[in-house]
Design a protein around this ligand. Structure first.
Ligand SMILES: O=C(O)CCC(=O)C(=O)O
Ligand SMILES: [Fe+2]
Length: 227
């Protein structure tokens, strides 16, 4: 009699690939039709769980207060945002898996939408109770090289009343917006320059990953920095 190996209970690789292809196709269609895509509980389960384990095991010292703007203009501003961040490298297994998944999405979108996505940067973010991020755009004026924002949420059992929703506005005039609950595995993907958004005050610890695909903004006299 064959003994069932527990590892056989993991989702087979070809099924995960199939799920990813379906997901990427839905994201591509949404981006074409609307410029954004909200996919509840869509990140592969194993990846979500590994990222959650990773972020839970990180000490609070790994996180630094988030700033606004880039390079010399980078500054902290408690009034605008109160989250803490930690940039993701491929050094941890979960980090490497995440970068592999986002590279697959990048390839898919470049092949199907010709977006010319060139590089990707992302960080874990921790919003402690009471933390928020006021309405903003992800692409900075004059440096419009962040083209696509990807947010992945890492909060199991998020309840009504826990706050911390992402509110995505259609344009600068939209005052109502669309609320996204930051539940484990949910993805929010949107054109960085087009959609103002904010994070409402969280009523408990809230973990997420925020990432950006960039186009290559290098020119002869200026090499594009990775961040
Ligand atoms: O965590 C979120 O829901 C969005 C975070 C965000 O807007 C950002 O980091 O730019
Ligand atoms: Fe943002």
């Amino acid at each position: 009699m064959e003994v069932l190996n527990l590892h056989q209970l993991q989702t087979p690789v070809h099924l995960i690939e199939q799920q990813n292809q379906l997901l990427f196709a839905k994201v591509a269609t949404d981006l074409t039709d609307k410029g954004y895509s909200i996919q509840p509980f869509a990140l592969p389960l194993e990846l979500s769980n590994n990222l959650l384990k990773q972020v839970s095991s990180m000490s609070s010292q790994a996180f630094v207060e988030a700033g606004i703007g880039r390079l010399r203009r980078h500054m902290h501003n408690d009034f605008v945002r109160r989250d803490e961040i930690c940039w993701i490298t491929g050094n941890s297994e979960a980090g490497a898996q995440w970068l592999d998944w986002t590279a697959q999405l990048q390839r898919y979108l470049n092949q199907h939408l010709f977006l010319g996505l060139f590089s990707f940067e992302s960080h874990f973010a921790h919003y402690a109770t009471g933390s928020f991020y006021k309405r903003h755009l992800d692409a900075f004026k004059g440096e419009a090289n962040r083209v696509l924002s990807v947010v992945a949420y890492l909060n199991p059992h998020w309840q009504m009343g826990d706050g911390g929703e992402l509110v995505l506005y259609q344009d600068e005039f939209d005052a109502q917006g669309l609320k996204v609950i930051p539940a484990l595995g949910t993805l929010a993907i949107f054109l960085s320059e087009a959609f103002p958004h904010e994070v409402l005050p969280a009523q408990r610890d809230r973990y997420s990953i925020a990432g950006w695909y960039r186009i290559n903004a290098s020119s002869a006299d200026r090499v594009d920095p990775p961040r």
